[in-house]
Write a protein that binds this ligand. Structure first.
Ligand SMILES: Nc1nc2c(ncn2[C@@H]2O[C@H](COP(=O)(O)OP(=O)(O)OP(=O)(O)O)[C@@H](O)[C@H]2O)c(=O)[nH]1
Ligand SMILES: [Mg+2]
Length: 294
C-alpha cells in the first residue's frame, strides 16, 4: 500500500521549523538563521520513497504582526493548516508555555487533523526539562504523537518520519519521484542572499531586507552571472549594509557566492546593488512585486 500526504510544520519563530525540514530532506531548501522571522513564505518540499511520498510545508513563524509583510507571513502559516494530513507543531523546552504557543494551540482546537507535538532543541536541554515540558504541553492539547528531537543533530528525526508515515492515508504519488521542491531556482537564489544578509547584519536592519533577482544567466563557459537588488527600508540602513570600506556587503556577497557555487556546481559571479524602498514592508504593491503575494 502506497501512502502519501501533506505535512505542515508550524510554530513560533525560531523554534527550528526550517532546520527540521532541511534535515528530513537531507538538502538545504529553506534558509536558516538565529534571528526570528527568517522564513517568509510557505516552502513546499517532497520526500519520496518506494512506500510513501510526504509533501512538507515549511511555514513562517506565527507571531503578532507589526506590518503588512508580517500579516502575509502569518496568513501563509495559518493557510498551510487547511487540507493537510498532519500538522506538526514545534516548540522548544526550557521556555514557559507562553501566549504565542497558547494562541497557536487555541487555533487548532477544533481541527480534525492529527497534530504532532515536536519538542526541538533537546540537545540544549536537560532530561528533566524535556520531561517537564512534555507534561505541560500534553495538558494543554490532545496531541496524536509526541516526539522530542534535535533537528540540528538529527536526533530522533527518523522516529518522527516513521510516525508521520504511520499516520498518512493510502494515496497516490502526487509529484514525480525525482522532484524535491516546487520552488523556483530564482527564489532559492534570492533566499540565499537574504540568509547571508541575516547572518551578517545585526539588530533591526536584517528584518527589513528583501532581495530581488534582476538577472540570472549561465554563460557558455558555465559561469552563472547573477545580479540582485538588496532592498532595505531606510537610508540609514543602506550605510550599515555596505559597512565600513564596503566590508559588510563584501561578506554578504562572498558567502552567498560560496553557497551558490556549491549549489550550481559552477562558478558564480554575483553583483549586489543596495536600494532603499521606504517602508516597503507596509506597501502592498512593493510586497507583491517582491513575491509576497497570495
Ligand atoms: N541547539 C539547537 N539549535 C537548533 C536546533 N534546530 C534549529 N536550531 C537553531 O535555531 C535557529 C532557528 O532555526 P530555524 O530553522 O531558522 O527556525 P525557524 O523555526 O524556521 O524560524 P523562522 O523561519 O524564523 O520562523 C537557528 O540558529 C538553528 O541553527 C536544534 O535542534 N538544536
Ligand atoms: Mg524558518
Amino acid at each position: 500500500m502506497f501512502k502519501s500526504g501533506y505535512v505542515t510544520i508550524i510554530g513560533r519563530p525560531n523554534v527550528g521549523k526550517s532546520t527540521l525540514m532541511n534535515r528530513i530532506l537531507g538538502e538545504k531548501l529553506s534558509i536558516v538563521s538565529n534571528k526570528p522571522q527568517t522564513t517568509r513564505n510557505n516552502i513546499q518540499t517532497i520526500l519520496t520513497s518506494k512506500e510513501h511520498q510526504i509533501i512538507f510545508v515549511d511555514t513562517p513563524g506565527i507571531h503578532k504582526p507589526k506590518h503588512k509583510l508580517g500579516e502575509y507571513m502569518v496568513n501563509s502559516a495559518k493557510n498551510s493548516m487547511k487540507e493537510v494530513d498532519i500538522i506538526v507543531f514545534i516548540t522548544n523546552p526550557g521556555e514557559e508555555l507562553g501566549r504565542g504557543d497558547r494562541f497557536i494551540l487555541e487555533s487548532l482546537k477544533d481541527t480534525k487533523t492529527p497534530v504532532f507535538l515536536v519538542l526541538n532543541k533537546i540537545d540544549e536541554a536537560t532530561k528533566e526539562n524535556v520531561a517537564e515540558c512534555l507534561a505541560k504541553y500534553s495538558q494543554e492539547f490532545n496531541f496524536k504523537e509526541i516526539v522530542p528531537i534535535s533537528a540540528l543533530r538529527g536526533k530522533n528525526v527518523d522516529v518522527l518520519v516513521d510516525l508521520m508515515v504511520q499516520n498518512l492515508p493510502e494515496g497516490p504519488m502526487y509529484y514525480p519521484e525525482d522532484m524535491i521542491t516546487d520552488v523556483q531556482e530564482r527564489f532559492i537564489v534570492s533566499e540565499i542572499v537574504r540568509e547571508k544578509a541575516l547572518r551578517t547584519l545585526r539588530d533591526e536592519v536584517p528584518h527589513g531586507i528583501a532581495v530581488d533577482v534582476l538577472q540570472m544567466k549561465q554563460a557558455e563557459n558555465g559561469t552563472y552571472h547573477i545580479e540582485v537588488d538588496l532592498i532595505c527600508e531606510k537610508d540609514s540602513h543602506k550605510g550599515i549594509i555596505i559597512g565600513k570600506n564596503g566590508q559588510s556587503l563584501k561578506k554578504i556577497g562572498e558567502t552567498a557566492r560560496y553557497e551558490l557555487e556549491r549549489m550550481f556546481d559552477s562558478k558564480v559571479n554575483i553583483k549586489i546593488w543596495v536600494k532603499v524602498r521606504k517602508e516597503w514592508r507596509d506597501n502592498q504593491n512593493l510586497l507583491r512585486e517582491l513575491g509576497y503575494k497570495k
